[in-house]
Design a protein around this ligand. Structure first.
Ligand SMILES: Nc1ncnc2c1ncn2[C@@H]1O[C@H](COP(=O)(O)OP(=O)(O)O)[C@@H](O)[C@H]1O
Ligand SMILES: [Mg+2]
Length: 268
């Protein structure tokens, strides 16, 4: 299994709820995926399984050549970068930005940490520079704007040089300028051939960064469609995913969507 992710029949149940229903999904090296779906569709659950934070009730979740349940998750986790609102809430507000980034490496480096400490700090500085947040290094996390926090979280998620980067709604809560800045930065990461495989969760087509390659559309725990963005992101698939007739527009390398106007309530 050389895929980054190889999910076969992945199902997650909690009580009477089926959060993910028979998901087959492969992510390969170099791919940049967008996961699109309405609230409650199962997007975060899908990312939690990919991040080894949740196990399937049934099915097989192949992650970086290992099978979840048959591998020590603490060996896999440093190979996976994750940015989510839940993780951000656990960052102490008084922590310095440079420490927020550098501490991501402690899990991996463990007892060798002392030897590598200055290398770690150099890497944290480089990552902050790359995402346009170097000037924030000596601020405390609590004093940052929402957009600045999102950038710092992404730098932190990249600290262990992961093979897979998972971003759960990184644009949520950003103003227009913050969103556009983030989309441009994610687009630049996506264009970098040395960047890890990327999976970005959103519920807005406006947030799909240029250079992303594939899309997975999900509704009520089931995959509606998946594949290369140009052929998979259609009005019909998007309408089915969000449960309403939608008009989808492409402007250069960006998308926008809105409810279909007028008396036409059929799917395009
Ligand atoms: N621990 C849980 N027990 C029961 N239901 C849950 C649990 N966690 C999430 N859910 C439900 O599963 C569905 C999918 O949740 P989630 O993956 O967070 O969706 P999304 O990220 O797409 O908004 C939602 O309806 C949510 O309420
Ligand atoms: Mg979610």
């Amino acid at each position: 299994m050389s895929d980054v992710l190889a999910f076969a029949g992945v199902t997650v149940r909690r009580g009477a709820n089926t959060l993910l229903d028979d998901v087959y999904w492969d992510v390969e090296e170099g791919q940049r995926w967008v996961i699109l779906g309405p609230n409650g569709a199962g997007k975060t659950t899908l990312l939690q399984v990919a991040a080894t934070r949740m196990h399937p009730t049934s099915g097989v979740a192949g992650i970086l050549g290992e099978v979840l349940g048959a591998v020590d998750v603490f060996e896999l986790r440093p190979r996976i970068g994750l940015s989510s609102a839940a993780l951000a809430e656990r960052i102490p507000r008084g922590e310095l930005v440079r420490d927020v980034v550098v501490t991501a490496s402690y899990g991996q480096i463990g007892r060798w940490r002392e030897n590598y400490e200055s290398l770690d700090h150099d890497r944290a500085t480089e990552l902050l520079e790359a995402i346009g947040a170097a000037h924030l290094a000596d601020r405390t996390f609590g004093t940052l704007s929402e957009g600045e926090r999102k950038r710092v979280q992404i730098a932190r998620a990249l600290m262990t040089d992961p093979e897979l980067l998972l971003l759960d709604e990184p644009a949520a809560g950003l103003d227009l300028g913050g969103r556009e800045d983030l989309v441009a930065r994610l687009s630049a990461i996506a264009a970098d051939i040395y960047a890890p495989a990327l999976v970005l969760v959103t519920h807005h087509v406006e947030e799909i960064p240029p250079n992303f390659t594939d899309v997975l559309l999900i509704r009520e725990g089931r995959i509606v469609a998946q594949g290369p963005i140009e052929v998979t992101l259609t009005e019909e698939n998007l309408g089915e995913t969000f449960g309403m007739p939608l008009e989808l527009n492409k402007h250069g390398d960006r998308y926008s969507a809105r409810a279909r106007q007028g008396g036409d309530h059929g799917m395009a």
